[in-house]
Design a protein around this ligand. Structure first.
Ligand code: ZN
Length: 285
């Protein structure tokens, strides 16, 4: 109960829903709670994605892994200065938790390159910020510290995607590009797609000081206070713009800068790890 009250308080602090955002869709983002499981490896799961029996997904925290110090403990990135042996063991934990045949990830570069993963698509991958697959037991992993992990599922075509989206991802609209690829390559209808937006930079902490130089004018209406933007609503609206129904979208409403269960690039002043958001199809009916 205390956990629930804590979560409610945190959610209210992190999400000023009463703020009207000009340019936003009339309906506010769907506000479903994520489900939290305090197993030896704590995970969050989206309610909206948990309805599909053939789908497995998780948003991990920074807890439950092998890394030490600033990377303690479930750091999933080889690119942040951590001991590679610890990272390998952490990735193995994720793979085992998911029951995956393999786990696919890339060195992410905040652009909009999308990798279609087939059974014969081989690593190493570099320069991809989104993955799409219809292959079973192939887990798609994005690595996060304030950026959004956006997990997508089209249950009709049995296609999934994972997107790494920071503010640069919103600027280049990697969300729209990924859904376009799901349409073009797999015949997905956006109206069938369900989406979860992971814990990430909240409106409370979403500051872009030099926004007039860095952000297109189309994003300026999402500024909710001095230099602070609501990146959750921006992603919601970018999904809706492609045709994904608003009530298919679940936002975690957890700010990674405020919530110390997660790695945060901003809070930890760059020296930190990356937690994971991962999604996988199984063969279950
Ligand atoms: Zn915050």
């Amino acid at each position: 109960m205390l956990e629930l009250i804590g979560r409610l308080t945190q959610w209210l602090e992190c999400h000023p829903h009463t703020v009207e955002v000009a340019g936003s869709n009339p309906a506010p983002p769907t506000n479903l709670f994520m489900l939290f499981h305090e197993t030896p490896l704590p995970v969050f799961q989206f309610s909206c994605l948990s309805q599909f029996s053939f789908l497995k997904h998780a948003v991990f925290t920074r807890k439950g892994g092998y890394s030490q110090g600033a990377y303690s403990s479930l750091n999933l990135s080889f690119d942040v200065g951590d001991n590679p042996e610890a990272v390998k063991k952490n990735l193995e934990l994720v793979k085992t938790y998911m029951g995956a045949k393999r786990i696919v990830w890339s060195r992410q570069i905040h652009d909009k390159n999308i990798l279609i993963v087939q059974d014969d698509t081989l690593p190493p991958f570099k320069g991809y910020d989104a993955f799409i697959t219809s292959c079973s037991y192939t887990a798609l992993l994005v690595k996060l510290a304030d950026c959004q992990g956006i997990l997508l599922c089209d249950p009709e075509r049995r296609v999934i995607a994972a997107i790494h989206c920071g503010w640069r991802g919103n600027v280049c609209n990697i969300i729209g590009a990924t859904i376009e690829e799901m349409q073009d390559k797999f015949g997905s209808a956006p109206s069938d797609i369900w989406a979860g937006i992971s814990p990430s930079l909240g409106p409370c902490c979403g500051e872009i000081k030099d926004y007039k130089t860095l952000l297109p004018v189309s994003l300026w209406p999402y500024k909710i206070k001095e230099h602070c933007f609501d990146w959750w609503v921006i992603s919601h609206d970018q999904l809706v713009a492609t045709g994904v129904p608003s009530n298919h979208i679940e936002i975690a409403h957890i700010c990674t800068v405020c919530d110390k269960r997660f790695f945060s690039y901003r809070r930890d002043r760059k020296k930190t790890g990356r937690f994971g958001a991962v999604i996988m199809l199984t063969n279950k009916k």
